[in-house]
Design a protein around this ligand. Sequence first.
Ligand code: ZN
Length: 242
Amino acid sequence: MNQRKQDLTIVKMSEWMVMVFFLINFCINCTDDVGNKRKMETDSEEKEVIEEKMSFREQIDALKQMSPILPIEGSFVSQNDNHLPNAPREYRHGFHEGLDFYNGFCGAKIENGTPVVAISDGEIIRADTNYIEIEPEKREKLLKETHSIGFTPDSTLDVLRGRQVWIDHGCGIVTRYCHLSLIPSGLKGRIRKGEIVGFVGGSGTKSKIPHLHFEVRIDKYYLGKNKNVDEIRKLIKEIFER
Ligand SMILES: [Zn+2]
C-alpha cells in the first residue's frame, strides 16, 4: 500500500514537473509570439495606411497635378475605340489594357523609330534593353493556350507587349511604353517629363506594324478597367487635355 502511495506521489510529481516545464516554455514562446504578432500588426497597419491613403479619384487628381503630356510629341488620342482600354482582343481572349498610337489616327507621324517620351517625371523601374524577340512558334503556342483557358495570363500579356519601359510616377501610378524598337542604352534611374524612353516599333506583335501601346496603371489595374468608352474618354480628356 505504502509502495503504491509512493509510486503515485512520484507520478504526480513528474506530472507537475512536466506541467511546470511546459508552462515556462509556453511563457517564453508566448512573449515571443505576442511580440512578433504586435510587430506584424504594426506592419500591416502601416501598410494599410499606405494603401488606404489615396482613393482612385485622389490618384487621378495626383496624375493631373503632374500635368502629363502624351507619349508621342504632337499626338492626340485616337478616335477609334478599338485603340482604347477595354477594347476586345479576341485573338488572345482578352481586353486591351492601354492606348494605341497608330500612324494616321493620332495626328502625328508614327513610324519605326518615332521617339517615345516620358509623360511625366518618374523613376525607371523597367527597361528591356536586352530584349530578345519571341519566336513566332512560341508566340502562337501562347495564343493557343489563351483559347483553351479563355483569358490572357499576365505572363503572356507581358510577352505580347514586346520591348518595354516602365516608369513609376509615385502615388501608385506607373506608365508602360510597349512594342518599342529600341531603348536608349543606360536608361535607368530618374527621368524627366518629355525625355526619350524609347522608339516606336512592333516588338511582341505578329504584324510588326509600328505603333505605341501605352498603359497607365493605377495600383494593380489599368486605367479604364471596368469603365465604358464614354467614361474612359472623359478620364483621358481630364488627365491629358487640360
Ligand atoms: Zn495596344
